[in-house]
Ligand binder design. Sequence first.
Ligand code: SF4
Length: 332
Amino acid sequence: MTRPRILSGMRPTGPLHLGHLTGALDNWRRLQDSYECFFVVVDWHALTSEYANPSDIRQNVLEVTIDWLAAGLDPARSTFFLQSLVPEHAELHLLLSMITPVSWLERVPSYKEQQQEIQDRDLATYGFLGYPLLQSADIMIYKANAVPVGEDQAPHVELTREVVRRFNNFYGRVFPEPQTLLTETPRIPGTDGRKMSKSYGNAVYFKDPPEVVREKIKPMVTDPARKRRIDPGTPEICPVFALHRAFSSVETQAWAAEGCRTAGIGCLDCKGRLIDHLLHRLEEIHERRPRYASRPDDVWDILREGSRRAREAARATMEEVRAAMKIRYPVA
Ligand code: SF4
């Protein structure tokens, strides 16, 4: 029996951190049991914002793939691939651009948000406006039945569904409408209390050894009202407690909440327990990661083989697309 297919991807913008674990990878690992999974490193998407300085992309492709393997994704059960090794994505993107109204792209919420947030690069480009449509092509070319996303990415799947409907309406039914598999993505704060992100320099990475994890967590910001050990605190507003919620046992969460409210524990005790849980959670990742990091050629082979498999599926879809759009000629 064939399993439903999902597609999900990541931009190679840097090594992966705790936010990626709870936001995507824990979920992807579980999905491998019940879906045929395609996981893509979207290097062309990285270029939509990093076009002026692409020199890190190659290394980041490798780092992201190593981090996926370290997180327990299995290339024997899922297809890992690199977007630019399947150039049919670009062809489908171009063909979809013929039928997609510009207003659909302009109203994708992340378009304006990111233009406002990212001030150090000019994002008023054709490529940046079109990147949600490139995502649609990424999804549609594999006829994915579902796409696992956090709430912020849900409008992109909705756009894809609209594009699918428009395409099928013009040319006959070629594509299924992908469902949104909404993933709960707990907010993972970084060490400064803002959202964990490479660009804020506040992240705990998979590749950080235990002593670096300790060094990063110990000075982490806490509830500012707890200036002294005897001051009671409010765990709900403390970033350390948000990490307890994501990574610690229920017992430790109860201990931290009670101890914080009654000033029964100090922040250093609280962080100490958090470090224990984080290191426990990262144990397997720390064990697996060096195995792959020391053999980059094997990692490239995994991407090469996955991209070959992905390309077979993409080529079959493009045959159908060209036929449906009446641009298949007897000369190929
Ligand atoms: S005791 Fe824990 S939860 Fe409370 S403020 Fe300190 S670090 Fe935060």
